[in-house]
Design a protein around this ligand. Sequence first.
Ligand SMILES: CC(C)(COP(=O)(O)OP(=O)(O)OC[C@H]1O[C@@H](n2cnc3c(N)ncnc32)[C@H](O)[C@@H]1OP(=O)(O)O)[C@@H](O)C(=O)NCCC(=O)NCCS
Length: 184
Amino acid sequence: MDIRPATAADVPAITAIYKPEVETGFATFELEPPGEAEMARRMRAITDAGYPYVVAEIDGVVAGYAYASAYRTRPAYRYTVENSIYVAKGMQGKRVGTALMGRLISDCSERGFRLMVAVIGDSANFGSITLHRRCGFHFCGVIHSVGFKLGRWLDSVIMELPLGQGETTPPEDGQLPLPLRLGV
Ligand SMILES: CC(C)(COP(=O)(O)OP(=O)(O)OC[C@H]1O[C@@H](n2cnc3c(N)ncnc32)[C@H](O)[C@@H]1OP(=O)(O)O)[C@@H](O)C(=O)NCCC(=O)NCCS
């Protein structure tokens, strides 16, 4: 398995991996699957703002992707990222997610970010909650029934992972680009 930075050539595969999660899953609160142009626009916005976007490639096929983006856009949040991670349906449970998350954590730590937040949909997403726990995240809390999709109320499970020196030292100002409004 090769974990590498995503490129524009990966957009069709990424769009195809995300589509069923939007249409039938509860990990994302989007209701309409975005097309390739929109996924390409989002990828550019994320990488242009200085956040990592990576894919897992197995035998030349993209098996999953992960990226970090601004947790919230007000500038005091600028050392905190939120993660997003999706593995293709047929490739789940084979440690692809673990490999992607490991790379995302190290890329974000190297860039000087101090906290990674996971906003997990939904409370029943045992795969994602287990993945985050195995990767060192701690449970923060649950926002109950914060979303409604496919006829049911959805929770957000919040988990966090300190990066680098975490909160033990002040950040080095100027090390990071200010998060941009990403529209994602
Ligand atoms: C959640 C997801 C990213 C995990 O990636 P993955 O490649 O399937 O996970 P891994 O194989 O690396 O497994 C990581 C750990 O979680 C456990 N796990 C994975 N799927 C599980 C499930 N459905 N139920 C319980 N545990 C599960 C694995 O056993 C493993 O634990 P271990 O190290 O003790 O063996 C992937 O399943 C996925 O894309 N799901 C749909 C979209 C989604 O929920 N994305 C997350 C948005 S917050």
